[in-house]
Ligand binder design. Structure first.
Ligand SMILES: [Zn+2]
Length: 382
């Protein structure tokens, strides 16, 4: 594991970040062990820890049962889960998930509402803030306890301006998400692409704590990926890295929302899958024979699985990550996941058994990937 970020202009702040990152990845530690691991003097670790404790960011946890000599006791410190709360708002194509978490990702309360594609985005986000304010009230969460809100959604975002540029599958217009929410919530609002946020979660709370080079593949209503190189998300110069859904799969093929033709997503998204199954069944005049029907459905899905596996194989050949993390609705079905890995093996029989990993992050179900965005923003990018 690398502890980077020693910046000559702001050494003290990056030392704080290194300590917080270490505590996050390792759990409670003594000041002495922290000093040894991050390569700082005991005196400066003690000083930084005192400051962090005063701010309430970390807490002392009692004594470790070691270091018998001279009766000296080892006091451990750890990130204080109760330091503040984070409001996570995940806008997915069908449902919007809202959760308030502590600093360790524990969900304190949550709610959902339907993502209304036909509603004016301004009106939709007003509904979202109403749900958030109701949650705060019902669960007695004071406004000053909340560090901020992280909104994660598909498509392109301008993180600096807090604007969603195009969510493709939901709305296509620009939406000033941060402005819309700030007005009502009176909180700092960060807007991030949902896959990038998910990758950030994997870095801070999942496999990324021990593996530096990862490829995350999400297969659901949309198809996307996130590339983690050396513990950091690779964005690309147009912030478009990882857009595997827009790899050209068929020359001059189906029109895509991105303005191009033949993109992989137009063939393998769940919607494309449903439509292609329907068309295939219609071709058989809506056969009533269940065995025949199953065979048709299976063959359509296998074709999609094969197409995605083929393009993933080529991406992996170029990037050479340690692992591929499979996330999203389609991979939650064990049968699809196994068929996908089998299809991949046809293109790369040498792939190791531990290469594909199913993420065990709870954020997957609770959609609290926004926490990682705030975690980064507050603790580690300082
Ligand atoms: Zn496209």
């Amino acid at each position: 594991m690398k502890y980077q970020g020693i910046n000559l202009e702001n050494v003290k702040l990056s030392n704080r970040s290194s300590i917080l990152l270490l505590l996050n990845n390792h759990g409670a530690m003594s000041r002495k062990d922290i000093a040894k691991t991050v390569g700082l003097t005991a005196a400066s670790v003690t000083q930084i820890c005192s400051e962090l404790m005063e701010e309430g960011v970390i807490v002392e946890l009692g004594e470790a049962a070691e270091e018998k000599r001279a009766g000296r006791k080892k006091i451990l410190v750890d990130i204080n889960p109760e330091y503040r709360n984070v409001l996570c708002i995940a806008v997915e194509s069908d449902t919007t998930y809202i959760a308030v978490t502590d600093m360790k990702g524990r969900v304190l309360c949550n709610d959902t509402l339907a993502t209304d594609k036909n509603a004016d985005p301004g009106r939709f986000f007003k509904k979202v803030t109403d749900v958030c304010l109701r949650l705060f009230k019902r669960h007695h969460i004071p406004g000053d306890k909340v560090l901020g809100a992280a909104v994660t959604l598909p498509g392109n975002v301008d993180r600096k301006k807090g604007v969603s540029l195009n969510t493709y599958s939901i709305w296509t217009e620009e939406i000033p998400v941060a402005d819309l929410l700030q007005k009502e919530l009176k909180l700092k609002v960060v807007v991030e692409n949902n896959l990038k946020a998910y990758a950030q979660s994997e870095i801070y709370f999942g496999l990324g704590r021990t593996v530096n080079d990862l490829f995350l593949l999400k297969w659901g209503p949309g198809v996307g990926a996130s590339i983690i190189i050396d513990g950091k998300i690779y964005q690309g110069s147009h912030k478009m890295a990882g857009e595997i859904g827009h790899i050209t799969a068929v020359q001059d093929g189906r029109s895509c929302n991105c303005g191009r033709k033949g993109c992989l997503e137009t063939y393998v998204s769940t919607r494309a899958l449903e439509e292609d199954v329907k068309t295939a069944l219609e071709k058989e005049n809506g056969t009533k024979d269940p065995a025949k029907k199953d065979a048709i459905i299976r063959s359509v899905i296998d074709r999609k699985i094969d197409m995605l596996a083929y393009h993933l194989k080529n991406s992996i050949t170029v990037l050479d990550p340690r692992n591929v993390v499979l996330i999203g609705y389609m991979f939650e079905k064990q049968d699809y996941m196994e068929r996908f890995i089998a299809a991949y093996r046809k293109y790369d029989p040498l792939v190791g058994d531990d290469f594909f990993v199913k993420s065990d992050l709870a954020v997957n179900n609770d959609h609290t990937e926004g926490l990682a965005v705030f975690f980064n923003e507050t603790f580690l990018a300082m």
